[in-house]
Design a protein. Structure first.
Length: 117
């Protein structure tokens, strides 16, 4: 999505005359394709990786049954852990995002002294 957004942004800048003195409108469109193509490779790699990891669980799609007490126990444990899992996932994502933003704006020497969590 980021590659497509950059393509639209750079193409729009070309159409509106931004950087007319440096690049033509067609050149701006071609430049917009670069991030799209560069980000497409990792996306394809991730799809292939996740597909191969999930392949070994393909047999479970046909369904299976558990004894009722075991099914009830699993559902209770899952519902009890759902709030903890969601909170941990949100906090970890926000932490990683903030850490990445800090790495963009702080010199490397200050990043090495920042607490890692």
């Amino acid at each position: 999505m980021l590659g497509a957004a950059l393509l639209i942004l750079i193409s729009g800048l070309g159409e509106n005359g931004f950087m007319d003195s440096v690049f033509s409108e067609d050149a701006m469109s071609m430049i917009g394709l670069v991030p799209l193509i560069l980000l497409l490779g990792p996306a394809i790699a991730l799809f292939i990786y996740s597909g191969t990891k999930m392949e070994r669980y393909k047999y479970m799609e046909s369904g299976f049954s558990l004894p009722y007490p075991l099914e009830t126990y699993i559902e209770q444990r899952q519902s009890a852990f759902a709030a903890t899992y969601t909170l941990s996932l949100i906090m970890g994502s926000v932490y990683a995002y903030c850490r990445r933003l800090l790495s963009l704006y702080l010199p490397p020497s200050e990043m090495n002294t920042a607490p890692m969590g």
